[in-house]
Write a protein that binds this ligand. Sequence first.
Ligand SMILES: C[S@@+](CC[C@H](N)C(=O)[O-])C[C@H]1O[C@@H](n2cnc3c(N)ncnc32)[C@H](O)[C@@H]1O
Length: 232
Amino acid sequence: MNRLLKDWFRGSGKATAPPRRVKPVLHHDKPGPRIEVNAWDTSNVVRAVAEIVGTHPYPYNELMLMATAYFYHRPELVIDIGTHQGKSARIWHELGAYVDTPALVHTIDLFDQSHPEFPGKDVGRCIRGLPVEQHVGDGAEVASRLLDEHAGKVTLLFLDGDHSFDTVVKELELVTRIDDGAVLLHDTFYQPGSGYNHGPYEAVNDFLKRHAVEQVIHQNLGLPGMTYLKLA
Ligand SMILES: C[S@@+](CC[C@H](N)C(=O)[O-])C[C@H]1O[C@@H](n2cnc3c(N)ncnc32)[C@H](O)[C@@H]1O
């Protein structure tokens, strides 16, 4: 066996260089209607972001989708429903470091101590001291107000709060008020016959029956799953 392969098997090859601070580019000057970025650049960014936030609860394929949506849309506003420890809000903040004008990031949590997913004193841990606006309240209600206040801004809406069908249906309707932008939903994995909560997946299907969409991407290689949806 040659030496290079031996080293590789032993894991004793040279450490890789830290990721470069790249500025991700679109493939075309005039981006088409469907999502497209330079996925090699985006991979480098995602590697650097994962060093900060890890890959839980957003594995690499989902981080790629988040970064791709960010670099394609170049949002002025990100509305992040479900702050919890602030991982997704931190991801939006970190992605902003790779563009000339970072989005304003707003994150919302119900702050209901009895909610099974509320993290108590760890809420917002990952965004402490960073310029991310934290709001307390129901995601759909606060997001609706933010959309009024920032009407006309390129917006990414991120849904990761209550994962019940009814709540996600209500939150998803907000995307019809966004002229330029898209929505991403977390926990949309679907496995027929399983006991997983299929609320977000079913809410997406319900939405697709009632609205014309330009593009849907299901990043569903396994749990938890993420879906991107852009209206026509
Ligand atoms: C799965 S965690 C979100 C994870 C978070 N995005 C992160 O990256 O750390 C769900 C969070 O949504 C919050 N939540 C539940 N229902 C909500 C609602 N209707 N509006 C806003 N937040 C809600 C919970 O308190 C919990 O902190």
